[in-house]
Design a protein around this ligand. Structure first.
Ligand code: HEC
Length: 158
């Protein structure tokens, strides 16, 4: 009942959605948080679950098959310039940071055509990379989102 009331109020004042959520969200935490969390996980192009130590730090992570292939593809084709785990090198940028400044489409465009006069090579003709472009993107997003630690991840049972 309460949730229907707050939704009604939300729809009556679209510009004040945030304020309304703040006020009425308190009364219905399950509705407000549940919806937000579901939307967030639906947008993630990866599945990662990590074990944490007592301080809450991730110590080992398990990923879905696609993210694992992304990790492997990165290690075989990108890490020699962008560094192990995508943290960058003296030669090529830290991709964990780059990912937050580019859309998925921009990422594919750089991967396809390269950049900076060939220092970043294009990979459109490299089937080992190009057919895994979504998996590479998922792996790098998981790294950029801080959800996947460096090193070889484990894989969920298939
Ligand atoms: C031969 C070295 C080299 C390899 C191999 C390489 N890159 Fe790059 N990459 C670079 C350099 C250098 C740049 C920076 C280019 C510039 O300054 O515009 C770059 C830039 C990028 C950018 C844009 C970053 C930004 O902030 O603009 C992305 C994304 C990227 N690389 C992804 C990849 C991926 C994914 C792979 C593996 C499939 C890969 N690179 C392999 C050298 C490399």
């Amino acid at each position: 009942m309460k949730s229907r009331v707050s939704r009604l109020i939300l729809s009556m004042m679209p510009g004040c959605g945030l304020i309304a959520l703040g006020v009425f969200g308190l009364g219905s935490p399950v509705l407000a948080n549940g919806v937000a969390e579901e939307a967030a996980s639906a947008n993630k192009p990866y599945t990662v679950e990590c074990e944490r130590n007592e301080e809450g730090r991730r110590v080992s992570c398990t990923v879905d098959q696609d993210t694992f292939v992304g990790w492997r593809t990165f290690g075989g084709n990108c890490a020699q310039c962008h560094g192990q785990d995508a943290v960058g090198s003296s030669f090529a940028p830290n991709l964990i940071r780059s990912m937050d400044n580019m859309t998925e489409e921009q990422f594919y465009a750089v991967l396809e055509n390269g950049q900076a006069g060939g220092q970043m090579p294009g990979f459109a003709e490299n089937p080992n990379v190009w057919r895994h472009k979504e998996r590479l993107y998922g792996y790098l997003r998981a790294r950029a989102d801080g959800e996947l630690i460096g090193g070889r991840p484990a894989r969920f049972d298939q």
